[in-house]
Design a protein around this ligand. Structure first.
Ligand SMILES: [Zn+2]
Length: 188
């Protein structure tokens, strides 16, 4: 028997009959007896087989079936909750979009209707328009008078240093009070 045949026999699967296999085995063994290279090859093959068997043998599982089922159940529940959350978010977003578009439309209508209303008012009830305008001018007058008084007061104050200091102090006091009132309430 040649080395090549012996190694082929060592490597491949055997589907021959029992008698044929026994005959071949004795031939290979005879070859191995006087061929160190093939003996070494055969040992390597055995080692490889053992290693393969060890790595493919079933691993002892420390998890019980109950634990695995529980993990699966938990995972399913989490997935369902996430799905529900997503659904809620989508619904809320849709509501918000509807609301904002409604708001935009109403704002648009309101803005567009103001000139139309003024136009109608001007043509139907001119005296109402005049009255409104008079009221507006009154408001402007009052504010002008108030501004004048304020300017007068300020000039008066700026002439008197003591009064200015008192006013500054008062402003500071007011600011402090405002800050104190507006402070974020902490523990009672
Ligand atoms: Zn050989």
């Amino acid at each position: 028997m040649r080395c090549r045949d012996a190694r082929a026999w060592l490597t491949e699967e055997h589907r021959d009959s029992e008698a044929e296999m026994a005959r071949q085995r004795s031939e290979v063994l005879a070859h191995l007896a006087h061929c160190p290279a093939c003996r070494h090859y055969e040992q390597q093959q055995q080692q490889l087989k053992r290693t393969l068997y060890r790595s493919f043998s079933p691993v002892s599982c420390s998890l019980s079936t109950e634990q695995i089922m529980q993990a699966i159940y938990l995972r399913q529940r989490t997935t369902r909750q996430l799905e529900e959350l997503h659904q809620q978010q989508r619904t809320r977003l849709a509501h918000l979009q509807t609301l904002s578009s409604l708001l935009m439309i109403s704002l648009f209508i309101l803005t567009a209707s103001i000139p139309v209303l003024l136009f109608l008012l001007f043509f139907n009830q001119p005296e109402l328009l005049v009255r409104t305008l008079l009221l507006l001018s009154d408001v402007v007058d009052v504010s002008l008078v108030a501004l004048t008084y304020l300017r007068l007061g300020l000039s008066f104050v700026s002439q008197d240093n003591l009064l200015l200091a008192a006013l500054a102090f008062l402003l500071l006091l007011l600011a402090a009070m405002w800050l104190r009132l507006m402070r974020v309430p902490q523990e009672a």
